[in-house]
Every structure is written in C-alpha cells, then in structure tokens.
Design a protein around this ligand. Structure first.
Ligand SMILES: Cc1cc2nc3c(=O)[nH]c(=O)nc-3n(C[C@H](O)[C@H](O)[C@H](O)COP(=O)(O)OP(=O)(O)OC[C@H]3O[C@@H](n4cnc5c(N)ncnc54)[C@H](O)[C@@H]3O)c2cc1C
Length: 496
C-alpha cells in the first residue's frame, strides 16, 4: 500500500515526539512511526530535563504534568568520597524555571504521547523504515509493517529521529564520525550511602579514574550512573546484575554505595559522534540520529528536543507555503554549530573526570574547589549545559548587515528574554499561539499607522503584543482600529 503525508517523522523518542507535536500544533499533516511495538520502554534512560526544555514544555502545554510527576533539582553537588568540592546552583539562570527536573524519559515520552494524541495524532507502531529514496517531488520511505507486509509512505519532507543507530542516516550514507570514550553503567536502585546525597540536587562523586552520578528519583529510589577507568568488557553489555554493579562501585575508593536492589540497569559506551550535515535534500536528521555524546551534563535528550523545535516551525511554514529554502537551510547553519560545540564541550569535560593519575586528579579537584563557588563560573557552566548560551546570530536567514548592527536589546537570532512587569510574564503570553510574536515597544505617540498596517496584513503569521509601561496587551489585528497609545517600557534583559 502507498500512503501520503506532508511530513513523516521516523522514531517516537523525545525528538520525534517533539517534532510531531510542534508540527501538529501548527496544523501540518504529519505521520509518526516507530519500529518498536511498545514504547515508552520500561526503562528510564535520560532523566534530567533542563530549564530551556522546561520553557519549551511550558509552551507545548507539557510543563504541568512534567512538574507533577518529576522531582525538582536546584543544582548539582560535587564531592570526592566525603570531601565536598562545591556546588552548582541553577538559581542564577535568567528564566522562571531556574531548576532541572528529574523524570524518567519513559514518563516524559508518555506525557508527550498524550499531548500528541490530544492533537489528533497517534504513533504508528510497529512500523519500521527500511529505506528512503527522494527526488524533486518528495521522499519515499519503504516500510515493514507489524504484520510483516511491505508498504510505502510518500511525504514532502522526512525527519529522521530514529536514534543513534539511525537507519535513515545509514540509508543516506551520511558519515557519523567520532570516537568511543569509555564504558559506563547506569541503574535505578534502592541503595545505602555512606554520605546521603541531597534530595534536591544531583551529586557527582569524582574518584580516581572515573565518576559516579546520583540523583534521587520521584519514587524515592536513586538513579546511579558510573563510568569505568578503562574500557571494560567484563560484564554483560545488556543488563548488568546487582552483584556485578556492586563490584564496580566497590572498585571506586571512598564512594561508599551499597546496592540493596536494582529495578533497571544498562551498560553502554560513552561515544562522541556527529554528522557533518543535518539536511540531506528533503530529509533532516535530528536528536541522537545526528549526534551522540557523553552523558555528562545530561544534554542528549534536551538537545534532541531543541533540534526538533528549531526544525519544526520552519518545516511548517514551508509546507504551508509561507517559508523559503533559506529557512530550511538555517536548520543546518543554526543547529550544527550548537551540536559541534556540544560534542567538544562534553568530551572536554568528560576526559578530566576519567583521569587516573593521583597528581592529576588532586590538581583537578583543587581547581574545582576554587572555581565552583565563583558566580561567573556558575553562570557559564549552567547557562551552557542548559542551552541558554545558544544563539543563532549567524543563521542563514539573518542578513549579514543585521548581525553587526548596533543595538540595545537582543540581536536577531538571540533568545527572546523572559521578562515580567507587574507580575505578568512574557512567555505565558505567547502560550499556545504558534505564530511569531512581535513585541512593539511604543512611546507617547503610539504605534505608527504604517506598523499597524504591516502587522495587520501578516496576522496569520505574526501576533503583535504592544508593550506599555502599564500593560502588555494583544493588539486587535483583525480590526482597522489604530493601536492604542502607550508609554515606553523596556523588559528586564540579559543577553543570553
Ligand atoms: C542507558 C542510557 C542512559 C541515558 N542517560 C541519559 C541521561 O541521563 N541524560 C540524557 O540527556 N540522555 C541520556 N541518554 C541519552 C538519551 O536517552 C537520548 O539522547 C535520547 O533518547 C535521544 O532521543 P531521540 O528521540 O533522538 O532518540 P531515541 O530515544 O533513541 O528514539 C529513537 C526511536 O526511533 C525508533 N527507530 C529506530 N530505528 C527505526 C526505524 N528504522 N524505523 C522506525 N523507528 C525506528 C526507535 O525504536 C526509538 O523509539 C541515555 C541513553 C541511554 C541508552
């Protein structure tokens, strides 16, 4: 059989689900499929949702269930055995969500699937994409359906969110260059600790040759991840037992963790790999299909979700006839540098955590103890791993002249700053409206007639908000009434 759709999303992990939600919110005809019959898995995988992703969840209507089921983390504590090295606090982040949320990936996917269903879309499963072919007209994905029969789906565009082993990436012949760093193990456990980890913080224990990361899960058990000093193939790759994991933990001096029981475990290699191009004609790679890296900083799932958000609104505009090729090109020019920086920074921050030499580890720990309390270091580290240092100033559709223009507020391509006035915040004002939001800061003379005429002509794409000293109000774009007079007001702003 042959089916058609506007956008086909391959893979219903966090990246694919975000893509489908963003497209469906904009009224695009989208199909999403996954080869696995049952997903969410009964395993946690990623656990940390960072502030930038929480802002995205807020706009998508996912924040309330994520907060209801998750555990809020105010930051991260670093120690070696019993010695405290310092803390990273999320409090300085310039966002209403200055925290991370610990919630198993399986729960996040469940919440995303519910949201997608509320938009009228169900994940098709088990349906496996075996091959993709494209021409000027569209993309043909060859499928194996659950009953073993073959099928084809033709779409204008295809988003490959099919994970680290992406079949679509392989079908495209795209390179996935990089390196394998280290063996690592992860488990959900009922455990005893020589030093009880703080419930409201993630804990990093640095040991000689490796590290252990602990987070308290919403059900009171702990997520524990550990790396190994050397590539270790002694234990089963799939599901290490409690005894095997205990032996590994005992190998770290002074870590002091006793496992009473484990409910889930997995062994994997920390690898750092990325494609050198995200767009291949009508096919776009996103999430783990495009990049995998060290879990230090918990950025894998978060970055995939942020790729999806960057791509989906552009695809929607192009499919609906309002966007151009430059918009699609900008997915690469905006996201690829972010991915390359992520690969470099996660590799660079993982390697010192694996140092074995006692002098090197002592120096590293002393440096951390000095640097961690510094506000500038706190801000820099938290901003970078939560996605707040991301800027798209060099995106393909930002004219070169605008990149260097003198300015007082955020430049084109920068994150719109959250701000509040009189107890009202901007972000909830844009809420579920998927149009571009135009803030008009007007002075005593009010909004010029030429501006309101221009805005009214683009009401399907742009939602104007007039900012005055007293209030922020949506303009009446449908009526020809001149916009009301208002006084100037500038939102609290920090470039980020
Ligand atoms: C053990 C483990 C622990 C992790 N811990 C963390 C962590 O603490 N923090 C963090 O940020 N990240 C962590 N990660 C990484 C995180 O899970 C990934 O970054 C995240 O899942 C990426 O989401 P994705 O949607 O891009 O890909 P995936 O979640 O891998 O989803 C891809 C989907 O595509 C489907 N698929 C694959 N091929 C096909 C095909 N041919 N046809 C149809 N469907 C297909 C798969 O069934 C799957 O459902 C961990 C990963 C593992 C394995």
């Amino acid at each position: 059989m042959v089916f058609t759709t506007d956008v086909l999303v391959v893979g219903a992990g966090p990246t694919g689900l975000t893509t489908a939600i963003e497209l469906a919110r904009r009224g695009v005809r989208v199909a999403i499929l996954d080869k696995v019959p049952e997903r969410p898995y009964a395993e946690s995988r990623a656990e940390g949702v960072h502030a930038k992703t929480l802002e995205i969840f807020e706009r998508q209507g996912l924040l309330a269930p994520v907060l209801a089921h998750g555990r809020v983390l105010a930051g991260f504590a670093f120690r070696t055995g019993r010695r405290r090295l310092g803390e990273l606090s999320a409090a300085g982040l310039d966002t209403p969500h200055a925290y991370s949320v610990l919630l198993p990936q399986s729960e996040i996917e469940r919440i995303q699937i519910d949201r997608l269903r509320s938009l009228g879309i169900d994940v098709q499963r088990p349906v496996e994409v075996l091959d993709v072919r494209q021409d000027d007209e569209g993309v043909r994905a060859h499928l194996r359906m659950g009953d073993g029969t073959a099928s084809t789906i033709i779409s204008q565009y295809l988003v490959a969110a099919d994970g680290g082993h992406s079949s679509v990436r392989k079908a495209l012949g795209a390179d996935f260059a990089g390196e394998k760093l280290q063996g690592a193990y992860v488990m959900d456990a009922d455990a005893e600790f020589a030093v009880e980890p703080a419930a409201d913080r993630g804990t990093f224990i640095l040991s000689r040759g490796g590290f252990v990361v602990i987070g308290r899960r919403p059900d009171g058990t702990h997520r524990i991840a550990l790396s190994l000093p050397a590539r270790d193939r002694r234990i089963s790759r799939d599901r290490p037992t409690r005894e095997e994991l205990q032996r590994l933990l005992d190998g770290f001096p002074k870590v002091g963790i006793t496992l009473r029981a484990i409910s889930w475990s997995s062994a994997f290699f920390i690898s750092s790999r990325a494609v050198d191009r995200l767009r291949h004609g009508r096919v776009f790679l996103a999430g783990d299909a495009a990049h995998i890296h060290s879990p230090v900083g918990g950025q894998g799932m978060n970055t995939g979700i942020q790729d999806a958000v960057n791509l989906a609104w552009k695809l929607a505009l192009v499919v609906q006839g309002s966007g151009t090729e430059a918009l699609l090109e900008s997915y690469d020019s905006e996201r690829l540098p972010v991915i390359q920086r992520l690969i470099a920074s996660t590799s660079a921050s993982t390697k010192p955590l694996l140092w074995q030499h006692p002098v090197a580890t002592a120096v590293r720990n002393a440096v951390l103890q000095v640097l961690l309390p510094l506000p500038a270091v706190q801000a820099r580290l938290f901003d970078s791993f939560t996605g707040f240092t991301v800027r798209y100033r060099r995106g393909a559709f930002i004219p070169a002249a605008r990149r260097t223009a003198r300015r007082h507020g955020p430049a084109p391509g920068e994150i719109a700053p959250e701000a509040s006035r009189g107890g009202r915040r901007w972000y909830p004002l844009w809420g579920s409206d998927t149009r571009h939001q135009l803030l008009i800061f007007c002075d005593q003379d009010g909004v010029p007639e030429s501006v309101s005429t221009w805005v009214n002509r683009r009401a399907d794409l742009i939602r104007p908000l007039v900012v005055s000293a007293r209030q922020t109000q949506e303009t009446r774009t449908q009526s020809a009434t001149p916009l009301s007079r208002c006084a100037a007001a500038t939102p609290r702003h920090r470039a980020r």
